[in-house]
Write a new protein. Structure first.
Length: 406
């Protein structure tokens, strides 16, 4: 039905063009004189052009999209060059060309639009470019072009969609952080330690007297019998500052700041030579075990690039559900925009069982903590949880704080 309607419309345009030619010719024949014939002969080229344009095929147009690179960071500028080539020099009055972008790119600020009006004339090759000022994070696809040509009279217009797939990956923006692990000193506030000490129980280097908290398996029964007092093995101490990050994915206007800080933190830890892991729970659960190196960094950044704030579970629920499976003996980092009592309670439980816990609370630019958050920060401190407020645009100072900013 649609094809039939299109055919009837085209036939009607031919009839209308024929009527216009007949009217101008009849006017010239009956009126006579220079003006009437000049009008007829002036209209005739336009009529002929309309007929030729109606049989001109857009299939000869070859459109190419040139991207400077495939990997970007959020906030970078993207300049796309679009070139058009054709086999013959048939004059084109105008060409409207539009590169179809996905919704995030289409909504981003554009200095030059992806849709352009070109006057190619008889050129066989021409081009235009458009600029996206601030690329949004994510995996973005370019799918097709729409081409449209027409005649000066507006009678005949032709439109064609050309499929040409392109893709860019926009990784989260990050800040260069000077990562330093933390330790609690409740009488002096929060300070930074050079490393986190762990005992390597595979190598005993000496003996010492039993101290409260020593494990039963560390007792050296032979030495205890000789000295008539309980002696435990002294193990070699190894230094570690591995970090496991749990990122909150609840819908929030500051979610981009959460992703950006997570990327900055993970990158800083790995560049320091330590190892890190990540847990997120949005549409799907994603778990990256503790590891190091460039491969781990690329995998986490690729995951963060596609993250969406669509979590149906609050952070405390994720900690409760996943806490049993997370590797022990590491520093735990929680990154969230909401500080609540349930989060503190669950974080303190995991801290008592497995390792130290630091919570980074992401706030807006120059936004201070509320009275409720101040009281919760105090509660977290008594439970052995560090809470550090990070304002957007001030990530660099996250690990240089001497005390909590409240």
């Amino acid at each position: 039905m649609k094809k039939r309607s299109s055919l009837l419309k085209k036939v009607w345009k031919y009839i209308l063009l024929l009527i216009l030619i007949s009217l101008t010719f009849s006017y010239a024949m009956f009126e006579g004189g220079f003006v009437s014939w000049f009008l007829f002969y002036s209209f005739l080229p336009f009529a002929i052009y309309c007929v030729l344009l109606s049989i001109y095929s857009l299939n000869e147009l070859k459109v190419t999209r040139i991207l400077p690179k495939s990997d970007f960071n959020a906030g970078e500028v993207l300049k796309v060059i679009v070139t058009v080539k054709r086999a013959n020099a048939f004059p084109l009055f105008f060409l409207v060309i539009e590169d179809h972008l996905n919704e995030p790119l289409n909504s981003a600020k554009q200095t030059k639009k992806a849709k352009a009006l070109i006057l190619p004339g008889m050129k066989k090759e021409f081009s235009y470019d458009y600029i996206i000022d601030e690329l949004p994070r994510g995996e973005h696809f370019f799918r097709s072009f729409t081409l449209k040509i027409g005649d000066p009279l507006g009678l005949f217009e032709k439109e064609k969609t050309l499929i040409q797939i392109g893709k860019i990956m926009v990784y989260p923006a990050y800040t260069e952080l000077l990562y330093r692990p933390f330790e609690n000193q409740y009488d002096q506030g929060l300070t930074a330690s050079r490393e986190r000490i762990q005992r390597d129980t595979s190598m005993a280097v000496g003996l010492r007297e039993y101290q409260p908290g020593d494990r039963f398996s560390w007792i050296n029964w032979k030495a205890s019998a000789k000295r008539n007092e309980i002696m435990t093995k002294e193990f070699e101490q190894r230094q570690s500052h591995n970090v496991f990050v749990i990122m909150d994915c609840v819908p929030n206007k500051r979610f981009e700041a959460v992703v950006s800080f997570t990327a900055s933190l993970v990158r800083a830890v790995l560049k320091k030579g330590a190892e890190t892991g990540l847990l997120t729970s949005s549409i799907d659960r994603a778990y990256f075990p503790i590891s190091g190196g460039e491969t781990q960094l690329r995998q986490i950044f690729y995951h963060l690039a596609k993250m969406e704030a669509k979590s149906l579970k609050p952070l405390e629920r994720i900690i409760e559900t996943e806490g049993m499976f997370i590797q022990a003996s590491v520093s735990f980092v929680l990154i969230t925009v909401q500080l609540t009592k349930p989060v503190i309670e669950k974080a303190s439980f995991i801290g008592q069982r497995k390792g130290s816990v630091t919570l980074f609370l992401i706030k807006g630019k120059k936004e201070a903590a509320s009275d409720t958050e101040r009281s919760l920060i105090s509660l977290a401190s008594t439970r052995g949880i560090r809470v550090i407020i990070v304002n957007e645009g001030e990530q660099r100072s996250s690990f240089s704080e001497v005390s909590l900013r409240v």
